[in-house]
Design a protein around this ligand. Sequence first.
Ligand SMILES: [Zn+2]
Length: 201
Amino acid sequence: MKLFFRYPNILLLSIASLALQAKAASDHGHKQHEAHLHGSAELTLAIEADSLEISLESPAANIVGFEHRATSPEQVNAATKAQAALNSAERLFSFTGSSCYLQKASIDMSAIIEPDQAHDTHEKHHAGDGDHEHHDDEEDSHSELSAVYHYQCKSGADISGITVNLHDYFPAIENLKIMWLTDSGQGAVELTGEAKFVRLR
Ligand SMILES: [Zn+2]
């Protein structure tokens, strides 16, 4: 994964100090989070100079209501809708103190949408590749979705808060754990229910 490609060192430190080893481990393959908890999701927010990166990791159940490959038309439809909502960064996040412009959004729903359904070019499906053949035990398996948003801000140092509207679009996210890191500090906060503002300074 390339979540923190731009500043791996600070973030690795930060991630370790915030006890997010599970996330780091999941970056090397598609292992489950140790804390895969339906109703909970994790958001990481990093501001370095005028660059701002937000990454979301959530059990798929919170986003689409299931965690296996989308097979029925209803499931494919739910996945398509969720993907569109995740792609609407301007509705999901807003910033206080400076304006920020979305440069790139990467939505990874490969756990539930086959590559051909998602119209993108994830690794090819090899016949007999056990990694992608979970149909026998899919009732027991869990899967995660992730999204990464990269912004360029007018003045990263002036961003004093972020409003997160995820619960409006994905009400199954009852509890959002947010880890944030700026040039001047870091912190962690949990948003529950309707709460949506994260104060950074
Ligand atoms: Zn699950």
